[in-house]
Design a protein around this ligand. Structure first.
Ligand code: XMP
Length: 513
């Protein structure tokens, strides 16, 4: 995606747990930023003419062996720099100050008094509440710097050298618990770094469309639609850029959520008029899954069947040289600096046969999930599709424990539709990361009417997460749980028992398989 014409902030990543959050906060203020490796050379950064740099926090101690460091020449670039936590301590040591290992650290909510003379804190109250998470602290500020904030145990909770535009904070302005955090970032970006805040979804669309157009030229591109938000937004953006030169392939595995296949078809064929091949491959998938109960074997069977179906379509699509993928920023952030777009081998549609080799187009590779949703809205995708929760590639197959038969998939699909409907009705659907039904390989005794039943069990799983790497089970109100149980049992007659999964990740995973 072209970012060269817009204002840009680089965040140098020292491995802090909040680095992505800093990026989110900066982008929330309509300033585009990219996270790059902490040791990216100053000259390399300067090539892209950033308006400012932010040095992130990190878990190391600045004096530790192999502690991450930065190119000292960044401080000579003449652009504003904001160091946060580890980034602040590193700025202090590199520029001739000292950092000490404090007898006790500061963790959590901490009152900080601000100096009136600070340029960064201008307009703020004399005391603010901040979020701290540090052991080490700055002891001597470097020559020319002034200490601009203190806590009861930390004499240098912030420092600055306003003539050189260098600022450092021991606390975390990006965390919501720092009351004036947004104001501080705002002041740094706009008043000190001179940003305009012109990064909007509309600009993003225009930049991406131009970029895709110039890369593809008069060639053809192919996109595998999955029904999810990411591939839909990537396809729509590409369609806007190259129109009928894009072909979309939608492999209906028979393992999708209720209504998902038709929704994809209606959206792309009907609404956008994009060329779409819908391959009804349910028979092939169920044949490949016959008798398979091991979770890994299931995934492999689905993966290879998907590739076979996609490859057939790709061969039928004449001359497609580009493959559009909905890769997101969290999958891309890696060490190596502000690399220009590189051509990588496919990973979403991994394992394609060698005669099918594509150049990748990943128009979302610098965006976070909620930015992709916002983009989808700007592009006019239906809200129902845009706000749909994440869904695993292997689909409902990993939510049927034991053999994946048509009957089992049908049960879990109907139960899942109830979960989605009830969660939406109670206003919980968009508040959680995922909420879905699982069909364990369990029968149990029940009584319905006057009849003894020996029916199926549905497990309801509702989790909160920021990135899917860890997750916490959601404490739903009892009336929502009650409604889920009642409606599932009444609308899915095969089910006579509903249980709620109260395990977090770890030790469990989000999906059951
Ligand atoms: P787990 O179950 O590993 O899931 O805790 C973490 C997140 O990833 C989703 N998930 C997948 N997404 N292909 C995907 O695109 C997959 O094979 C896959 N498996 C799990 C899962 O829904 C959760 O959001």
């Amino acid at each position: 995606m072209s970012t060269e014409r817009q204002e840009l902030i680089f965040i140098l990543d020292f491995g802090g747990q909040y680095t992505q959050l800093i990026a989110r906060r900066v982008r929330d203020l309509h300033v585009f930023c990219e996270i790059v490796s902490c040791d990216t050379k100053a000259a390399r950064l300067a090539e892209r003419a950033p308006k400012a740099l932010i040095l992130s926090g990190g878990p190391a101690s600045v004096y530790a062996d192999a502690a991450p460091t930065c190119d000292p020449a960044i401080f000579e670039l003449g652009i504003p720099i904001l160091g946060i936590c580890y980034g602040a301590q590193l700025m202090a040591t590199v520029l001739g100050g000292t950092v000490e290992h404090a007898p006790s650290g500061e963790y959590g909510q901490t009152a900080v008094s601000l100096s009136e003379s600070s340029r960064l804190f201008r307009g703020l109250p004399s005391e603010i509440s901040t979020w701290m998470s540090h052991m080490d602290r700055i002891h001597d500020v470097p020559p020319g710097f002034e200490a601009t904030a203190a806590t009861s145990v930390c004499p240098v909770a912030a420092m600055e050298h306003s003539a050189r535009h260098l600022y450092a904070l021991q606390f975390h302005p990006e965390v919501a618990q720092t009351t004036a955090g947004t104001q501080i970032l705002n002041r740094f970006l706009f008043d000190i770094a001179g940003c305009f805040g012109d990064w909007t979804m509309e600009n993003l669309v225009n930049g991406a469309v131009q970029d895709i157009r110039s890369r593809v030229g008069d060639k053809r591109a192919l996109c595998a639609l999955s029904g999810g938000v990411d591939s839909s937004v990537a396809a729509t953006l590409t369609y806007r850029a190259i129109g009928q030169q894009l072909s979309c392939v939608f492999v209906d595995t028979g393992l999708l959520r209720a209504g998902e296949g038709d929704q994809v078809e209606a959206t792309f064929r009907g609404h956008f008029g994009a060329p779409l091949a819908r391959v009804d491959a349910a028979d092939r998938f169920f044949a490949a899954l016959k008798g398979v109960t091991d979770p890994e074997q299931k995934r492999k069977a689905i993966g290879s069947t998907f590739i076979a179906c996609f490859a057939e379509q790709a061969r039928a699509t004449q001359d497609a040289q580009f493959l559009v993928q909905g890769t997101l920023y969290p999958d891309v952030i890696e060490s190596g600096g502000p690399v220009a777009h590189t051509i990588k081998s496919h990973h979403n549609v991994g394992g394609l046969p060698p005669d099918l080799s594509f150049v990748l187009i990943e128009p979302l590779r610098l965006l976070f999930k909620d930015e992709v949703r916002a983009l989808g809205r700007v592009l006019g995708l239906p809200e129902e599709l845009v706000s749909r929760q994440p869904f695993p590639g292997p689909g409902l197959a990993v939510r049927v424990i034991g053999e994946v038969t048509r009957e089992n998939v049908d049960i879990v699909r109907r139960a899942d539709a109830v979960v989605e409907r009830v969660m939406r009705r109670f206003g919980w659907y968009n508040k959680v990361w995922q909420s879905f039904a699982v069909l364990p390989d369990v029968h149990s005794v029940g009584i319905q009417g006057d009849t003894r039943t020996y029916g199926r069990t549905i497990a309801v799983r509702v989790v909160d997460s920021t990135d899917g790497m860890t997750a916490d089970w959601v404490r739903l109100p009892s009336e929502v749980l009650q409604e889920l149980s009642q409606v599932i049992v009444s609308e899915v007659p095969e089910v006579n028992r509903v249980v709620y999964d109260i395990t977090s990740k770890p030790p469990a995973t989000i999906e059951w398989e």
